[in-house]
Design a binder for this molecule. Structure first.
Ligand SMILES: Cc1cc2nc3c(=O)[nH]c(=O)nc-3n(C[C@H](O)[C@H](O)[C@H](O)COP(=O)(O)O)c2cc1C
Length: 343
């Protein structure tokens, strides 16, 4: 068994049960969360033979930042439950693998603190009803060295989770969440997610931060094009790990349509959700993604082995990708094209 395959169960030995459940769970009936991995495994390849694969190069750049591998870490909350050093440990693990981290706006560590680790990072933002709160957070992220803004667009309301037993909110500590916001200063309605967003928000975020904006949570080609036309520097095809609209299509299935819609635009394409193997990354890159992001696997690795676990997760998957590229007869990332996938 691969080390990666044992992580979820091993993390269950260390985490409080409601936290383990929260990390694992999807929304509502758990349909989207349950089928994400299988959707990647359902692709079949058309490998090339008699190509020189003695050297394989998986280094690339993401919105101009060089990375050693096309495997990044997605924004997730409650990292202090996984490791006492929380986002700092996650960032150190990502740094040592030569990758890039997206940091949740609900992080339990200040952006300044995360920035001081020296890892390239993007800030994920939920725009909330009181835009002053969003702007304050963005100012702190810019000051902490964030290189891009990831606008999560699939969350006008938070997907309903169905819990058997105490919820995570009953067991976490006050410092685990929202270190970048004085939540007590605002009424709940100010902090609620904005449910009136349009593509105009992309220009607003770009202008206010001076940073490129990626839109996360896109599952349709027409939406990707609307975002690109509105100035999005990147699109992240995502169904939020199956935690928003249950029954939303697997990202493995959505990716080709989005790639087709973005063809000929400068907008970079990323994907997350259910990516667990080198072959899944091979498929994602062949179908047009520039890099993939990992959510739950990074939380499990952080729980089980701290920052070294995160580094191992990323480097293991990078090695699996290299191995798969050799077997597919594709020594460079540029050689990963849609014809590698059987229709
Ligand atoms: C415990 C948990 C917390 C998450 N928190 C956030 C968040 O704060 N912001 C966000 O945009 N996405 C969040 N996500 C979604 C991830 O960024 C990502 O889209 C998803 O986990 C990818 O699927 P995977 O877990 O199968 O890799 C969260 C996911 C999990 C599992």
């Amino acid at each position: 068994m691969r080390w990666i395959d044992g992580l979820e169960a091993a993390a269950g030995e260390k985490l409080a049960e409601p936290v383990h459940r929260y990390f694992r769970q999807g929304s509502a009936g758990g349909v989207s969360a349950g089928e994400a991995v299988a959707a990647w495994s359902s692709y079949r390849f058309r490998p090339r033979v008699l190509t020189d694969v003695s050297t394989v190069d998986i280094s690339t750049s993401v919105l101009g930042t060089p990375v050693d591998l096309p495997v990044l870490v997605a924004p997730t909350t409650l990292q202090r439950q996984a490791d006492p050093s929380g986002e700092r440990a996650m960032a150190a693990g990502v740094r040592d693998a030569g990758s890039l981290l997206a940091v949740s706006s609900n992080a339990g560590t200040t952006f300044a603190d995360i920035g001081s680790v020296g890892t390239p990072w993007w800030v994920q933002i939920y725009v909330v009803k009181n835009r002053d709160i969003t702007l304050k957070m963005l100012d702190a992220a810019v000051a902490g060295g964030a290189r891009a803004v990831v606008l999560t667009a699939d969350t006008p309301v938070v997907g309903r989770k169905e819990d058997d037993g105490p919820t995570v909110w009953e067991v976490i500590q006050p410092g685990d969440l929202l270190a970048n916001l004085d939540a007590d200063d605002y009424p709940d309605e100010d902090l609620a997610k904005a449910d009136d967003l349009t593509p105009d928000v992309i220009g607003w975020l770009t202008e206010r931060t001076g940073l490129p904006v990626l839109v996360k949570g896109v599952l349709r080609g027409d939406d990707a094009k609307r975002c690109s036309d509105a100035g999005a520097a990147g699109i992240i095809v995502s169904n939020h790990g199956g935690r928003q609209l249950d029954g939303a299509i697997p990202t493995a299935q959505a990716l080709p349509e989005v790639a087709a819609a973005l063809a000929g635009t400068p907008t970079e394409l990323y994907v997350d959700g259910g990516i667990r193997r080198g072959e899944h990354i091979l498929a994602a890159l062949a179908l047009g993604a520039r890099a993939v992001l990992l959510g739950r696997p990074a939380l499990w690795a952080l729980t089980v082995a701290g920052s070294a676990g995160v580094t191992r997760l990323l480097t293991d998957l990078g090695e699996e990708l290299e191995h798969a590229m050799r077997l597919a007869g594709t020594p460079t990332l540029a050689a990963l094209t849609p014809d590698l996938i059987a229709r």
